[in-house]
Design a protein around this ligand. Structure first.
Ligand SMILES: NC(=O)c1ccc[n+]([C@@H]2O[C@H](COP(=O)([O-])OP(=O)(O)OC[C@H]3O[C@@H](n4cnc5c(N)ncnc54)[C@H](O)[C@@H]3O)[C@@H](O)[C@H]2O)c1
Length: 346
């Protein structure tokens, strides 16, 4: 019987799909609030034909090399920075992810955070809950406009990373009559032909934007893309939104920026050393913070589960998975040798 190791429990829709395919499934961690013990992870990888991983589990070269009969890795996330894809490719292992199905849900959360930070919704909510509301007042919880609003000036939304989610965030800005500018060194043509955003280089974008929204992949190039220098380039009235990956922002520098009001606020779904936060961040009143919930709608998490399961089954059968991030692997000798060895033996 074919075996798939699922590092942590995913929604039932995905597991049922694996069950219907007659696959034996082992789950590395049942608890919602705990990661997988590295020894359990290693045992699971050695036991299985395909690994279905979550973004909380580092999948490094040693783990991938631990089982010469492994056929692929299906990540339950669109981001795949938890996996050493270079090592996987060298070892002949396809790596898949779950793009598209979470684009809208993640773009919606980006806007929820942007609006919450601009209009100080969490502070207002706490104010009500604490019974502080005694009388309406003209200066109560004043925030920033997102649409032209009172002064009639169109606000500038700067998108860093104009991929699926960045573009979906840009599309939603039309409803707020915003001017959208975007920076993405690998997608300049897409920005220029999009009809929804104009190209800006990063320094220009940071200096001009009222809202800066981050949507790049996490790579060596984007780690700390938003550092002290970048934060100091932003307007003192600007708000930074991060729904990409925590390490894209130097979080210690961000805490200084929020405390010393280099910028007006930040809205964060992701953190540099998740689940920990940089010292002082939780105390910043001008930060809106949520626990990595960008794709957390019932419908989207189900779709991610069935997509990851579909990818895992393709890896298992030695078929081309639809959402492979290292598609070149299929042309390599390492993959061919691995599949002919493992499928022939199965
Ligand atoms: N917070 C969450 O729960 C959540 C949910 C979904 C996605 N994400 C993150 O959002 C990222 C984007 O998802 P997507 O589906 O839009 O991916 P995508 O691959 O469509 O877009 C990523 C974009 O980043 C760009 N990029 C690469 N290097 C860059 C750089 N140096 N500067 C600026 N842009 C750069 C790429 O060119 C690409 O256009 C994912 O990689 C993931 O890490 C987070």
């Amino acid at each position: 019987m074919s075996k798939i190791f699922v590092s942590r429990r995913i929604p039932a829709a995905g597991l049922e799909m694996l069950g219907r395919a007659g696959v034996e499934v082992r789950i590395g961690q049942e608890r919602e609030d705990a990661g997988v013990d590295p020894r359990v992870m290693l045992d699971g990888v050695r036991w299985c034909d395909v690994l279905l991983s979550l973004l909380t589990e580092p999948v490094d070269r040693a783990l991938l090399a631990a089982n010469p009969a492994l056929r692929g890795v299906a990540n339950y996330a669109v981001g795949f920075n938890n996996i050493d894809v270079t090592a996987a490719t060298e070892l002949g292992l396809p790596v898949s992810n779950t793009p598209d199905v979470l684009t809208d849900t993640s773009a919606d959360l980006t806007w929820a955070l942007l609006l919450a930070a601009a209009r100080r919704i969490p502070e207002a909510h706490e104010y009500m809950r604490a019974g502080k509301y005694k009388l309406w007042g003209p200066n109560l919880l004043l925030g920033a406009d997102v649409s032209p609003g009172g002064n009639g000036v169109r606000k500038v939304l700067g998108i860093v990373g104009f991929g699926r989610i960045g573009a979906a965030v840009a599309r939603r800005a039309a409803g707020f009559d915003m001017d959208v500018i975007a920076y993405d060194p690998h997608a300049r043509a897409q920005v220029e032909s999009s009809g929804i955003a104009r190209w800006a280089d990063l320094d220009d974008l940071l200096a001009r934007s009222d809202f800066v929204s981050l949507h790049p992949l996490l790579t060596a190039e984007t780690r700390h893309l938003i550092d002290e220098t970048a934060l100091r380039r932003m307007k003192p009235s600007a708000i930074l939104v991060n729904v990409s990956r925590g390490p894209v922002v130097d979080e210690a520098a961000l805490v200084r920026a929020l405390r010393e009001h280099w910028i007006a606020g930040a809205a964060l779904d992701v953190f540099e050393n998740e689940p920990a936060m940089a010292p002082g961040l939780a105390e910043c009143e001008n930060a809106v913070i949520v626990p990595h919930i960008a794709s957390a709608s019932i419908g989207t998490r189900d779709r991610m589960a069935t997509m990851a399961a579909t990818n895992a089954l393709a890896h298992l059968r030695g078929e081309r998975a639809r959402n492979v991030v290292n598609a070149g692997v299929y042309e390599g000798e390492a993959y061919r040798a691995r599949i002919s060895r493992t499928i022939a033996r199965a």
